[in-house]
Ligand binder design. Structure first.
Ligand SMILES: NC(=O)N[C@@H](CC(=O)O)C(=O)O
Ligand SMILES: [Zn+2]
Ligand SMILES: [Zn+2]
Length: 431
């Protein structure tokens, strides 16, 4: 294995230093390091070395919608975005509700070799919301599933949600809830408010998210298990989670890059690229989720990378699929929304996009570790001073539904290393 010497980079949690990678590990961090003669040198001046990013919420679409994304193409996009691990959501076809399917996804990730793929198991059979899936068998499988979600749909039946929380408690698993009260969001197309009235689109009220979050926090307090909230999007949700944490109740939550940056007025264009679940909200909501992420109320950023082929997006608003891609733009959007605004530091970003998602996903033994000698060389080198304009056709994803089309965003991933092997060098995939 080739050795790599990154010179003079800003090391998260430390000073400007050199970083030597060999045999899959970070061998040393310091000045005037003794590198092997054949080591490849990478100029780290002006750049920042971060632990490899971990995405707790990615849709890889395989099996079933390989026209939208595959494990291979999705993890290539992940590597370009600085990720060394992604958690693959269960809303595939067939649904990832058995040991067989989660093992298949896990194995495809290994074979691709661009990022560690950790399958998320469905909570209910076929994500139908009526009967618990074989959670124990998925946990005991080679994929070692620890996070379960019916994402795309809410586990709305309170008794079933309670049983799911109880079941996974036995092995310390987590239920990740897509918080959407279905009766309050029937036919919903965008955020409910003055604008939905003007545009004539059925509204998706904040309370549909907040009522499920409040219910599940209380249910989980009763059961004493682990609850994670997917893609939290409203000011009220932030307030509920903040109050719960103050009371010492166990809950973790994520926000997406798009909910940190975009507001509902994008919908005025009727361009379905802005159609997403939960919907883009108001300026007040965006400010609240930024504050929540900065103060730790919201634990992590997760992309909810949701690729869709052209035919599912290039149609009238009401017929279009919900979802946006995000792996290749997440780091830039978070830099723009949180770091360049001085709400967070790069060390905070490492916490919210690497350490904590790995901890919630229970993979901290392999991923999301601080950069230090002896740690596995999972890292990303970022150039925060460069800018780029997002061009959908340049994506490694099979789908092009990025809401950041045409936007100029800060930051560029220069290199990504997965256990010492570069997946990205000079901003390009190595293979
Ligand atoms: N976020 C979305 O709008 N869509 C997701 C499902 C989901 O995350 O709820 C998808 O699978 O396309
Ligand atoms: Zn969801
Ligand atoms: Zn999702």
């Amino acid at each position: 294995m080739t050795a790599y010497l990154i010179t003079g980079a800003g090391i998260i949690g430390g000073e400007v230093a050199d970083l030597l990678i060999d045999n899959g590990e970070i061998v040393a961090i310091g000045n005037d390091l003794d590198a092997p003669a054949d080591a490849t040198t990478i100029d780290g001046a002006g750049k920042i070395a971060l632990p490899g990013l971990v995405d707790l919420h990615t849709h890889l679409r395989e099996p079933g919608r390989e026209d939208a994304e595959t494990v291979l193409t999705g993890t290539r996009a992940a590597a370009l975005g600085g990720f060394t691990a992604v958690f693959a959501m269960a809303n595939t076809d067939p649904v990832a509700d058995t040991a067989g399917v989660v093992e298949q996804v896990w194995r495809l990730g290994r074979e691709a070799g661009y990022a560690d793929v950790y399958p998320i198991g469905a909570v209910t059979v076929g994500r139908q919301g009526t009967q618990l899936a074989e959670l124990g068998a998925m946990a005991d499988s080679a994929a070692r599933v620890r996070v379960f979600s019916d994402d795309g749909d809410c586990v709305w039946d309170a008794a079933l949600m309670r049983r799911a929380l109880e079941y996974v408690k036995a092995f310390g698993g987590t239920i990740a809830q897509h918080a959407q009260e279905p009766r309050l969001t029937q036919g919903a197309q965008m955020n409910e408010g003055a604008l939905s009235g003007v545009l004539g689109l059925t509204g998706w009220p904040s309370v549909a998210e907040e009522s499920i979050i409040a219910r599940d926090i209380l249910l989980n307090a009763h059961v004493g298990s682990k609850l994670h909230i997917c893609h939290l999007s409203t000011k009220g949700s932030v307030e509920i989670v903040r109050a719960a944490k103050r009371r010492g109740l166990e809950v973790t939550a994520e926000v997406t890059p798009h909910h940190l940056l975009l507001t509902e007025d994008k919908v005025e264009s009727y361009n379905p690229v802005y159609k997403v679940n939960p919907p883009l909200r108001t300026k007040e909501d965006v400010e609240a989720v930024r504050e929540g992420l900065a103060d730790g109320t919201i634990d992590i950023v997760a992309t909810d990378h949701a690729p869709h082929p052209v035919e599912d997006k290039d149609c009238e608003w009401s017929a279009a699929a919900f979802g946006m891609t995000g792996l290749e733009t997440a780091l830039s959007v978070v830099q723009h929304a949180m770091i360049d605004t001085k709400l967070m530091t790069w060390a905070d970003l490492a916490d919210r996009m690497s350490y904590r998602p790995a901890a919630i996903g229970q993979v901290s033994g392999e991923q999301g570790q601080p950069l230090a000698a002896g740690a596995p060389a999972n890292l990303v080198l970022v150039d925060p001073a460069s800018e780029r304009t997002v061009v959908p056709s340049e994506t490694a994803s099979l789908s092009r539904n990025t809401p950041f089309d045409g936007m100029t965003l800060p930051g560029r991933v220069v290199a990504t290393f997965l256990r010492g092997k570069p997946t990205v060098l000079d901003g390009k995939l190595t293979r």
